[in-house]
Design a protein around this ligand. Structure first.
Ligand SMILES: Cc1cc2nc3c(=O)[nH]c(=O)nc-3n(C[C@H](O)[C@H](O)[C@H](O)COP(=O)(O)O)c2cc1C
Length: 223
């Protein structure tokens, strides 16, 4: 049964992306906040967008320092992520309070968080006011990964090294299985175009339907 939901909640249908812990540094102060409005925007140059509400302390930290880092946490940091999103660095030093260990980034002053499985260091390339958020477009200056967690994609071998995803409210998830899709060969696509039907899912079912159609066409031609 279908039912309508509030327009403001439509974003939750797109939930499930990896949570980014956005870390920043400005004049000797450090801060970190979880951010889920994060998206790749360009491959070359490599650009990544993070949408940050102007009320966040992180907003000004990025605005003034013109850089930020993205840290990708695992389930080990589940409760830390929620905590870091419930308090503001304008009032307290979150890194000191949570005692989360950090290490130096290669290209930015923002600290990188231990216990994460991916890190992206960005310089601010552009900033746009979009609705009630500011989209900071970061140009990737360096990126690194935990080898067991990522080769060309997330590996998902070990539940402890899977990135943490955000569903909304205080609900999170980790991906369960990697599914490898069949890549259609040019010959398959040619066959499908000629048959007028793509054999994408169940090949046996597609073959059965094709036989039925051919037999119906045969009967029509004979009749
Ligand atoms: C999982 C999660 C994702 C969030 N994503 C965003 C986001 O994309 N943009 C944003 O402005 N705030 C987001 N927030 C809210 C901020 O993280 C929260 O307001 C935080 O306390 C701001 O910290 P700061 O004031 O120290 O920057 C998110 C919170 C959580 C828990």
């Amino acid at each position: 049964m279908r039912h309508s939901i509030d327009e403001r909640d439509a974003r939750r249908l797109l939930g499930g992306g990896p949570v980014a812990l956005v870390s920043t540094a400005w004049r000797g102060n450090h801060n970190v906040m979880p951010c889920v409005f994060v998206t790749p925007l360009s491959i070359d140059p490599p650009l990544i967008g993070v949408a940050v509400h102007p009320s966040r302390h992180t907003h000004d930290m990025i605005k003034f320092s013109e850089e930020f880092a993205i840290n990708i946490p695992t389930r080990e940091l589940l409760h830390h992520v929620q905590y870091l999103g419930s308090v503001t660095g304008a009032e307290l030093n979150k890194l000191e309070l949570t005692r989360l260990p950090t290490f130096r980034a290669r290209r930015v002053d923002a600290p990188l968080l231990e216990g994460c499985v991916g890190w992206i260091e960005c310089g601010v390339h552009d900033a746009y006011a979009i609705g009630d958020h500011t989209l900071f477009v970061g140009k990737v200056a360096a990126a690194s990964v935990e080898k067991d967690a990522f080769d060309d994609t997330w590996l998902l071998d070990d539940p402890e090294t899977r990135p943490l995803h955000y569903l909304g409210i205080n609900r999170y998830a980790v991906l369960a299985d990697m599914l490898e899709a069949r890549i259609p060969a040019p010959a398959d696509i040619k066959r499908d175009v000629e048959a007028g039907e793509a054999q994408v899912g169940d090949e046996e079912e597609a073959a059965r339907r094709r036989e039925e159609r051919e037999s119906a066409e045969g009967q029509r031609d004979r009749g």
